[in-house]
Design a binder for this molecule. Sequence first.
Ligand SMILES: *Cc1c(COP(=O)(O)O)cnc(C)c1O
Length: 426
Amino acid sequence: MKNQNIYKNMGISDELFAFGESVLLDLEERFKQIDQNAEYNQMKVISAMQKNRVDAACFAESTGYGYDDVGRDTLERVYADCFNTEDALVRPQITCGTHALSLALSANLRPGDELLSPAGKPYDTLEGVIGIRSSPGSLAEYGVSYRQVDLLPDDSFDFDKIREAINEKTKLVTIQRSKGYQTRETFSVEKIAGLIKFVKEIKPDVICMVDNCYGEFVETVEPSDFGADMIVGSLIKNLGGGLAPSGGYICGTKKCIENCGYRLTAPGLGKEVGTNMGMMRQFYQGLFMAPTVVAGALKGAIFAANIYERLGFKCVPNATESRHDIIQAVELKTPENVIAFCKGIQAAAPVDSYVTPVPGDMPGYESQVIMAAGAFVQGSSIELSADAPLREPYAVYFQGGITWAHAKLGILKSVQEMLDEGLINL
Ligand SMILES: *Cc1c(COP(=O)(O)O)cnc(C)c1O
């Protein structure tokens, strides 16, 4: 079989390699569909770059206040056009996804306003931002109240309760696209569009914000195509394409983004200031690469679900379900399996491959957590990475892979490690 020898050199047995290839044979149609989506999104990016006349001057480093920073201002117009919004804020000063979400919320909420989450509990780190978990500087401390409507048992929206929850104070509605580390399904853009429509029919002037983390470019449409006033995410996930060394983005209405600018820098200054820190070429090139990178990560997730389901493990999403983000969960049943899986992912990495991941205590977690990552950018989860809390049902969450071939190697290595330790059989 083609390539078998090089995989053998990488520690993958002939038998496992053949098993992987047989699984792949069944995935040809799905991979074709993913490539078509990537092609569509690639055209969106190129078209936005051409329209805004991106040129070498956009890649120059600015310093100090960053007045008239052509690279920064053009990039924000590229993002706005790509995601079909009036404006965008795309900055290296936004340190991560949580920061971008915190910024979008605090910029657009005022004392006395209420924030509503109509789709259950938001991502863990937002508990501190909102003040669900008391935290200095939270929205709660600034007099912003919070209300939450949980999903129904079948993970659908509880429209009756949402209608009841919307009141004269409701200013902003936050919707999280990806399941994150919850067990619910990830919402499709279509589902989010339906929720936004419902909310706006009840209260037209409410701001709808979508936490878009891990969802960008998985489909050919984004929530901003269907009335989301802001979409928010991190550049060390999908849209950085593996190249952005830091940063976050918010795309949205002129008014919302203006507020975000004033909050990021200072009232009166707004978007006019902020040096690009010499990161522009990586930001542009990362966005350019993002459709292909997301496609590779998606193929990896689907490959893993098909491999591990055949080995008898429950996968979420399962082997055949449609995909709305790049995260794959595999329930590995035992701590030994989880540790072996992470060892395999680590051993496949281009960076830190010689390191052995071990479970450790993490702030905020009751059980020990194990993580595997061998990334060019610290904490980057568009790069192949895995983490798992060591508790029932011993689920490992993994995502990323800047190239499909690397994702494939990581998954095969994870299986090989479990085989070598005698934990499973082919
Ligand atoms: C990753 C993520 C965040 C937070 O991003 P950080 O960059 O880790 O701060 C928020 N929401 C969702 C759904 C995420 O996946």
